[in-house]
Design a protein around this ligand. Structure first.
Ligand code: NAI
Length: 329
């Protein structure tokens, strides 16, 4: 199929080209995100391939459908960036990669917890300046903590399994409890989860129900000094309220791989620009906050799975007019 690939960075291009040898699609790579300014680039492409920060709202889908696009595949598991109702109205099929490597995100979540928990990011910077003082680098051990895993789908379950080796107490919360998770974690109700977790890690999708789930009303119910980890979607947190509670010490540590307004910043080198997002700039000033740029997925294993599944999605749709990984509202 003739496919326009948006938000294509060197690593996307490399893996898609490598695995396309067995699919034979005609791939055209565009580095910019899909947006009002770039949607014209996709005209005449039956297939459009996007990623997490591409704009794929009704306006974009109207334009794509009018100019011959019948299939949109996101190279991600999450698909909150896509207006599925608009796609259905136009008869455009949308597909995703349901599970390319839950373990990649899980291991990164553990890396964030261990980094902030043992201050290895600070130790690294100190050593580079020949400062080998260790005062101020005191950390904690996970075996002394209660970790709350919010959302026990593919990634949450892997986090629970990976955490189990550390000897911590693991609490879980999900509307649909899972038998595998129960081997290592105890499902509790929302208030118990909020009251007892020292560390809360979010692994639910962004939906109208979970939008700003940690907000001015819910944050006060958490433990004083709680450690929040978000590798799911930025808008699960109400950022200005998180900043407010970081200032009071209610939130003791924060590790985020995702940010509410990340689309304008992440995946770009803006180091020579004046920061314009005051909330992101404020978050980066806290010594107890770690920000990474939506990279929990970024392993060789995951990139291979993303490329193979995405290219397979296009091939299946071209062959049959359907796709097993299609998503609808
Ligand atoms: P999944 O669909 O397997 O699991 C999601 C779980 O969340 C389900 O068990 C569901 O019942 C639960 N859930 C949904 N709404 C809930 C609510 N209101 N309260 C409690 N639980 C709720 O999804 P998976 O694969 O585990 O991915 C989770 C999220 O991780 C994705 O939606 C995506 O946003 C994010 N993600 C982030 C990546 C990164 O690079 N930072 C990479 C891949 C995914």
């Amino acid at each position: 199929m003739k496919i326009a690939v948006f938000s294509s960075k060197s690593y996307d291009r490399h893996s898609l080209e490598r695995y396309n040898a067995s699919f034979g699609h005609e791939l055209t790579f565009f580095e910019p995100r899909l947006s009002l300014e770039t949607v014209a680039l996709a005209r005449g492409f039956p297939g459009v391939c996007i990623f997490v920060n591409d704009a794929c709202n009704a306006t974009m889908i109207d334009d794509l459908a009018q100019h011959g696009t019948s299939f949109i595949a996101t190279r991600s598991a999450g698909y909150n960036q896509i207006d599925l109702a608009a796609a259905a109205r136009h008869g455009v099929t949308v597909a995703r990669v349901p599970a390319y490597s839950p373990n990649a995100v899980s291991e990164f979540t553990l890396a964030l917890i261990l980094t902030l928990g043992r201050k290895t990011h600070k130790a690294y910077n100190r050593s580079r300046e020949f400062n080998f003082e260790i005062a101020g680098l005191e950390g904690f051990e996970l075996r002394d903590k209660t970790v709350g895993v919010f959302g026990t789908g593919k990634i949450g379950r892997m986090v629970i399994k990976n955490l189990s080796g550390f000897g911590c107490r693991i609490l879980a919360y999900d509307q649909y409890p899972n038998e595998e998770a129960k081997k290592y974690a105890t499902y509790v109700d929302g208030p118990t989860f909020a009251r007892e977790a020292d560390i809360i890690t979010l692994h639910c999708p962004l939906t109208p129900d979970t939008h700003h789930i940690l907000n001015e009303q819910t944050l006060p119910y958490l433990k004083d000094g709680v450690f929040i980890v978000n590798t799911s979607r930025g808008a699960l947190l109400e950022t200005d309220k998180v900043i407010k509670f970081l200032k009071t010490g209610k939130i003791g540590l924060l590790a985020i791989d995702v940010y509410e307004e990340e689309a304008d910043y992440f995946y770009q080198d803006l180091s020579d620009k004046i920061p314009t997002d005051d909330e992101l700039a404020r978050l980066l000033t806290f010594p107890n906050v770690l920000v990474t740029s939506h990279m929990a997925f970024l392993t060789d294993h995951a990139l291979r799975n993303i490329a193979e599944t995405t290219l397979g999605n296009f091939a299946e749709f071209e062959r049959t007019g359907q796709c097993a990984n299609a998503i609808s509202e």
